[in-house]
Design a protein around this ligand. Structure first.
Ligand code: DGT
Ligand code: CA
Ligand code: CA
Ligand code: ZN
Length: 585
């Protein structure tokens, strides 16, 4: 197995999901046991497949029965319990759990009482108004569910895969392909390489002399549920979660043309082809070549093809047919974010849902070359929130760590405040004022109307201690829709109060979205890239935030993390424009 840790995490996630359906209870003991086992596995850095069941049990959160299942997975390649659960709960029924507000209890009843096994069934019984006849349900709950189904479909949640699922999946496929003898290159292309937030299907391009072992390896992967097309040039499979993966095998010398073609976007490709035609050339997935003679002009690398077409290399995140070709011609492409010098939204194990101790987080940040780091636990207003005493202890700990660090990295004792339904914030102004860095974000009351949501955010921005708004829309890609906000009013308030806007790099969120960023770009606001890490290996997610900023054509000058250390530290210590208001309060 190519990635034992990921295989175990996949197994635990699926066991958790199916058990929740089986027991019709999200809080069941067993579901929680799989969750805590997942956390333990995530934090484990050694080779799991070498551990005996007894040794596995020593990992935090792993009990005897889970340890045995992990061993069973390594020893036999499958887990009987999971095989049994899958037989009882088809993927089409499991998928319905992704509908907002449809929990396992309700789903179990719909299946038992109305025979609902998939989305089509569910839509039919809703149309036939069958739900209102069920015990304890009425017209209102029926309408609410119908609305949720409409939103689920409108989001494309039925057909498109969120990037948080697609990216790790693609990385596993690529890693598996690279293990196959004779493979000289494998990478994902398509919308995933362009970093779209949802993915229609995953496109993988492989260079190898013999396609057969490559396609054998693909269809043999444990994530694969169905094989749609089995060919030498292209094989398409579908995972249990319903994500399609297309793998294409090409010759090494065609790699550049193939990666360019299959990365897209379609609009970008069409513009490139027109450019080629204007020169008497043709561009396809094999090569850029002369029409008349068929002589190949460039095909091995994307760089060579762009160069032959008189263009600077266009990074995949910009290939959206939004003026990037014209910009590349003039040498005026938006720059990528240069080296990131700090992170300003990071949790440690002090937060209820945080997993890494502060010492590890600080060491990892230092190893990344950061010059500044804000530790920002959840404030008391959220489920995972932290009380005053624990925060004061942490402050002392941070002071001690700062002594050890000297001037190499500035540690800020920050806090992630929860924005209440009316814009109210946690603790009290005096306590909040003691933090070095306050960000504020929405974690509840997602259903408020536009005026109320806008008001709560703008009110939070006016607080003199709030320096940044975290994950503005509070969406979960493919899960929770964004809250309803008047973005123009919010950006105007950000400008007026000097409040920075977070670009959250957590893949489930990616918030602000690229769309929102493009609108915010027109205003005089500053952006801060963050990882919102809950464990050290998630610090990497700040790179995803940087990719999204680039995708939205945000100039690096507007991104605080990319400033020179001196300017960055000055910004962190600066007083807000309306800071003076505090004295008057
Ligand atoms: P997706 O999968 O819907 O998220 O989006 P893509 O961009 O990955 O689209 P997909 O998988 O249909 O095709 C992968 C790439 O192949 C696409 O970005 C551009 C290229 N491609 C596909 N069909 C065409 C076509 O008809 N014309 C051109 N020029 N390129 C195409
Ligand atoms: Ca695709
Ligand atoms: Ca495709
Ligand atoms: Zn957070």
């Amino acid at each position: 197995m190519s990635d034992p840790k990921q295989d175990v995490l996949d197994m635990l996630r699926e066991l958790g999901e199916l058990t929740m359906l089986e027991e019709a209870d999200p809080q069941s003991f067993r579901v929680r046991a799989y969750e805590s086992a997942s956390h333990g596995i995530q934090a484990y850095s050694g080779d799991l497949s070498k551990l005996s069941a007894k040794e596995l049990e020593k990992i935090e959160g792993i009990g005897k029965s889970t340890a045995q299942k992990i061993r069973e997975l390594f020893d036999t390649g499958k887990v009987q319990k999971l095989v049994d659960l899958r037989a009882k709960h088809p993927a089409s029924a499991v998928a319905l759990l992704r509908i907002q507000g449809l929990g396992p209890k309700m789903l179990q009843r719909l299946r038992k009482e109305l025979g609902v096994q998939n989305l089509e069934d569910l839509k039919r019984v809703l149309a036939e108004q069958k739900l209102r006849g069920m015990k304890g349900l009425g017209q209102k709950s029926e309408e609410k569910l119908a609305e949720a189904v409409r939103r689920f479909e409108a989001q494309g949640a039925t057909s498109r895969t969120p990037i948080s699922v697609a990216l790790p999946l693609a990385q596993r496929v690529v890693a598996r392909m690279l293990e196959v003898p004779g493979v000289v290159h494998a990478s994902y292309c398509g919308s995933l390489r362009r970093f779209l937030e949802t993915i229609g299907d995953v496109d993988v391009v492989v260079a190898a002399s013999d396609p057969k072992p490559v396609m054998d390896a693909l269809v043999g992967m444990s994530v694969v549920d169905q094989v749609l097309v089995r060919g030498d040039a292209k094989t398409s499979v579908v995972t249990r979660r319903g994500t399609q993966i297309d793998v294409r095998v090409v010759e090494e010398k065609q790699l550049g043309a193939a990666r360019l073609y299959f990365t897209g976007s379609k609009g970008h490709n069409i513009k490139l082809r027109q450019r080629a035609l204007a020169r008497g050339w043709t561009l396809n997935e094999y090569a850029l070549s002369e029409i008349e003679s068929g002589k190949v002009i460039a095909s091995e690398t994307e760089e060579q093809i762009y160069e032959a077409l008189g263009l600077a290399f266009i990074p995949p995140v910009l290939r959206e047919d939004q003026g990037e070709i014209e910009a590349a011609e003039k040498g005026a492409l938006p720059r990528a974010v240069p080296k990131i010098l700090g992170d300003f939204h990071v949790h440690t194990s002090v937060s209820g849902d945080g997993r890494s101790p502060i010492e590890e987080v600080v060491a990892a940040a230092k190893a990344r070359g950061y010059r500044a780091l804000a530790i920002t636990e959840h404030a008391e207003g959220t489920v995972s929130g932290v009380g005053r005493e624990a925060l004061l202890e942490q402050r002392a700990r941070i002071a001690a760590l700062q002594k050890e660090l000297g001037s190499s990295m500035k540690l800020l004792h920050g806090i992630e405040l929860n924005i209440g339904p009316k814009g109210e914030l946690d603790y009290d102004p005096e306590f909040r004022a003691q933090f070095d860095w306050c960000l504020a974000s929405i974690h509840d009351h997602f259903e408020l109307d536009k005026a109320a949501q806008t008001h709560r955010v703008v009110t939070a921005m006016k607080d003199p201690d709030v320096r940044m708004i975290g994950h503005l829309s509070a969406r979960m890609i493919g899960g929770r829709p964004p809250v309803d906000l008047d973005l123009d009013a919010v950006f105007e308030a950000a400008e007026a109060t000097g409040t920075a806007l977070e670009i959250n790099g957590g893949l489930p969120r990616l918030d602000l979205s690229v769309d929102a960023l493009q609108r915010a770009r027109e205003r005089a606001v500053l952006f801060v890239l963050t990882s919102d890490a809950h464990q050290t290996d998630e610090l990497d997610r700040v790179e995803y935030a940087a990719m999204n900023a680039h995708r939205a054509w945000i100039p690096p000058e507007r991104i605080v993390n990319a400033w020179a250390p001196k300017e960055l530290l000055k910004f962190l210590e600066a007083k807000r424009p309306h800071e003076a208001a505090r004295g008057a309060r």
